[in-house]
Design a binder for this molecule. Structure first.
Ligand code: NDP
Length: 434
């Protein structure tokens, strides 16, 4: 990474927008050209916008902000996020700051193997077809690579096949399907187009080998062979909040994580918090956030039940440790990445990460976001339980004595706004009705 003076970004949130852009320049993140682009809100030109989609009539803007303080695999990052929801960037930055003080995020990524599916129906003898397709694996791979030779020249391409069979199911009135997965190393690309080309190219051959009928050949967005994991840890002491000790907060976070593991209703919201961070970076980096969303939620259901994607546990030494694994079908080339001004800016601000590094950044932001959400829930939410104390002190301040203190406090807790005026009103009411 080229050298950056991160200290120039101190109190970033307190600055005006123009001052933030100046600070980015002083810190070495942007030059004159990028400053102009930021000043112009990363505007899409007429021509570019019109060529991106059909029937285009305008551009739809979203705020573009920076999550700060991210230390990921010993590298400092400011992470661009495009989104409409308030508090998300503040939450990510605050969690990142805490974890940066304790080693930051460590990540691991699997090889970047994307999956294409060829679907065959009406296969007369599935067992025989499976044996033949298996025998001709090398030929199938060769045909796929011939359909997109440039990825092979770059060092990637189709690598292997996997054959799956789904039996006819009378309950759903569905027939037998024979499915051939093609695993493709897509290098820096997400690879949808290259895989779709390859899959369509091998369909006739698979029909020939199986005697069946090809239904479709297409990328699967369930990217189980392209996973990214982030982990982090923080001493319990660093988690103390309000009246709660660090150990208490840690234990509540662990409990919340356990809940989201077993309750799908909670898991969906837990995972939505993760995706607050993930989607905003995926979008800002010009990647396909629908592909990401679809894959992630299928991955959350891989055990047969929808569960939390992350886990928070207590380490042997009492630290809180968090881990998040996500399918991560993102790229640093392809789609609109090379020409969309916002996507280009994001790759610039991240110092041109390769696809694996981009995966690491995105999964770390997801974990940071998840931590902030759970911590807020179990602390501020719990503190609401502590409002009983506050209600009693308000009752006393309002002039309640003896048994009236509990009566006023109990009534006060039923009110949305717990304040002195309300406490006085309740006390007056109690006295008048005596
Ligand atoms: P593109 O086809 O736009 O770009 C990928 C191409 O970039 C490669 O085929 C390769 O072509 C070139 N390239 C240049 N450098 C590299 C490198 N280092 N590594 C790999 N490729 C390189 O995009 P994708 O195939 O990645 O598809 C992504 C797009 O497809 C997104 O916009 C997505 O929205 C869309 N899409 C998504 C679908 C889905 O189901 N999720 C379905 C259909 C489309 P070459 O070697 O020939 O130069």
């Amino acid at each position: 990474m080229t050298s950056k003076n991160i200290s120039e970004l101190a109190k970033f949130y307190k600055k005006k927008r123009t001052e933030r852009i100046d600070a980015l320049e002083k810190a070495g993140f942007v030059g004159t050209e990028e400053k102009d682009l930021l000043a112009n809100h990363l505007a899409l030109s007429e021509d570019v916008a019109d060529s991106m989609i059909e029937n285009q009539v305008a551009t739809y803007q979203l705020p573009y902000g920076l999550a700060l303080n991210f230390l990921i695999d010993d590298q400092d990052y400011v992470v661009p996020m495009a989104m409409e929801e308030p508090s998300v960037i503040a939450a990510a930055s605050s969690a990142a700051k805490l974890f940066a003080q304790h080693g930051g995020f460590q990540t691991a990524v699997t090889e970047r193997m994307m999956i294409g599916q060829a679907i065959l129906t009406n296969v007369p003898d599935p067992e025989k077809a499976i044996a033949i397709i298996d025998d001709y694996e090398i030929d199938i791979i060769q045909k796929a690579n011939q359909a997109h030779p440039s990825i092979v020249k770059r060092g990637g391409g189709a690598d292997s096949i996997r054959i799956r069979e789904i039996q006819a199911d009378p309950e759903y009135n569905t027939p037998h399907f024979l499915i051939v997965h093609l695993h493709v190393e897509t290098l820096e690309a997400m690879g949808a187009n290259m895989i779709n080309t390859m899959m369509e190219a091998i369909l006739p051959y698979l029909e020939e080998l199986s005697g069946g009928t090809a239904l479709m050949g297409i990328l699967s967005n369930y990217a189980t062979e392209c996973l990214a994991t982030a982990s982090c840890r923080v001493p319990a002491d660093a988690l103390a909040k309000g009246e709660l000790s660090g150990e208490e907060v840690r234990d509540l976070i662990v409990l919340a994580s356990q809940l989201a593991t077993v309750d799908p209703y909670r898991a969906v919201t837990h995972n939505k918090g993760i995706m607050n961070g993930v989607d905003a970076v995926v979008l800002a980096s010009g990647n396909d956030w629908r592909a990401m969303e679809a894959g992630v939620h299928a991955y959350a259901s891989r055990s047969g039940q929808y569960r939390a994607l992350s886990s928070w546990k207590t380490a042997d030494n009492g630290d809180l440790i968090g881990e998040l694994t996500l399918p991560m079908p993102v790229g640093t080339v392809g789609g609109s990445i090379s020409f969309h001004p916002g996507a280009k800016m994001t790759h610039h601000l991240l110092d041109y990460p390769n696809a694996e590094q981009l995966e690491s950044i995105i999964v770390s932001v997801g974990l940071a976001q998840n931590f902030s959400a759970i911590r807020a829930l179990v602390t501020e939410g719990i503190q609401k339980g502590h409002m009983g104390l506050h209600a009693r002190s308000l009752a006393i301040s309002a002039g309640a004595t003896a048994d009236d203190i509990e009566l006023v406090a109990a009534e006060l807790k039923n009110h949305k706004h717990m304040n002195l005026a309300q406490a006085k009103e309740i006390l007056d009411h109690i006295k008048q009705n005596r």
